[in-house]
Design a protein around this ligand. Structure first.
Ligand SMILES: [Zn+2]
Length: 327
């Protein structure tokens, strides 16, 4: 279904089959020039839904803006590239999207997760069914890079690019100050908490994320357009909930750590997860992966705060409580 949000702004709920996210909200800003914001996975169901929206809107040419590198946001960018259209994203994300199209990225990500204790035995299986890997964009994209503060003009809106690293290293939002509209990608979501995961080249993603929330909190926003789930009526209240969620998570991670060295993978097993599985072993492999990523981001945050210790042993990172060593 194509929903009109306000003048010249439409939302299409694009299905993400067999994925817990269920749908991605793709936005269209229409006018003399048209813009599509994000694309869905590289799979036929997403492509068909977008074709339907494009036909319904009666638009032929459009530029595409990608909020971030995840495949549910950029998977179809090559398929929807047309002669002369602008494929817009931030440089950090653009470089990673092009890198993601090859095996090296995924192998490096595998190696990174192994360093954080993810068992190698589960690996092939895990990455084979990693949705991001399976449905990523195919082929190199010739992006036009957008920098912080750059202005994009579509449908009478003045959309300012704002970098909001955290969910991914170079995540970007688009903000129209006059109309108080923010296209926020996965930076803020209503029904679920955005996953904060480790990425190549990132040390402290949760700190980045909290800084980006504080940055967005300063903006005057009355219409928040998120990439998944239902509308968020009060962005400021939602930001407070997100702060509280991560504070509670940090406390939980601290309570799990003892005076014995544990990997992020071990910590993830003891954290509470909203998933209908009887135990950790019955978690689907991608969920183990995302859970480990969340554990890493919270452990790294605590480590950089000096609250916990980190040590590398035989190529694997371990953490433990700081006070147990001091005494
Ligand atoms: Zn995402």
């Amino acid at each position: 279904m194509l929903t009109k949000i306000t003048d010249h702004i439409y939302q299409k709920a694009v299905p993400l089959p067999n994925n817990p996210l269920r749908e991605i909200n793709v936005y269209f800003v229409t006018g003399e020039k048209n813009l599509m914001i994000d694309t869905g996975f590289n799979r036929p169901e997403c492509e068909a839904a977008l074709q339907e929206a494009i036909a319904e809107l009666g638009i032929k040419e459009f530029d595409i803006f990608i909020t971030h590198l995840h495949s549910d946001h950029c998977g179809l960018i090559s398929k929807f590239s047309q002669a002369g259209n602008c494929l817009l994203t931030g440089e950090t994300e653009g470089e990673l999207i092009n890198f993601e199209a090859g095996n090296l990225y995924w192998n490096m990500l595998d190696d990174l997760f192994i360093k954080y204790g993810f068992p190698k035995a589960n690996f092939g299986r895990n990455t084979d069914i990693h949705p991001g890997r399976k449905y990523c964009n195919a082929g190199r994209v010739d992006f036009t890079y957008v920098k912080e503060g750059d202005i994009l003009q579509y449908g009478g809106y003045t959309l300012q690019a704002i970098t909001t690293p955290g969910h991914t290293p170079g995540h970007m939002c688009l903000y129209d100050a006059e109309n108080k509209i923010l296209f926020c990608g996965d930076h803020i979501l209503g029904t679920i908490t955005p996953n904060i995961c480790i990425e190549l080249g990132v040390e402290n993603p949760l700190q980045d994320y909290l800084n980006s929330l504080a940055k967005i909190e300063k903006l005057d926003v009355s219409l928040l357009l998120t990439a998944h789930g239902t509308m968020v009526s009060d962005m400021y209240a939602r930001i407070q909930e997100l702060y509280q969620h991560h504070e509670a998570r940090l406390q939980e991670v601290l309570s799990i750590l003892t005076n014995e060295w544990k990997t992020a993978y071990m910590v993830a097993q003891d954290m509470t997860w909203e998933i209908m599985c009887k135990d950790w072993e019955s978690f689907p492999a991608p969920q183990k992966w995302f859970a480990t990523g969340e554990a890493i981001s919270h452990l790294q945050y605590l480590y950089f705060l000096g609250k916990i210790l980190k040590e590398e042993r035989n190529g694997i990172y371990y953490y433990k409580k700081a006070e147990d060593i001091k005494g």
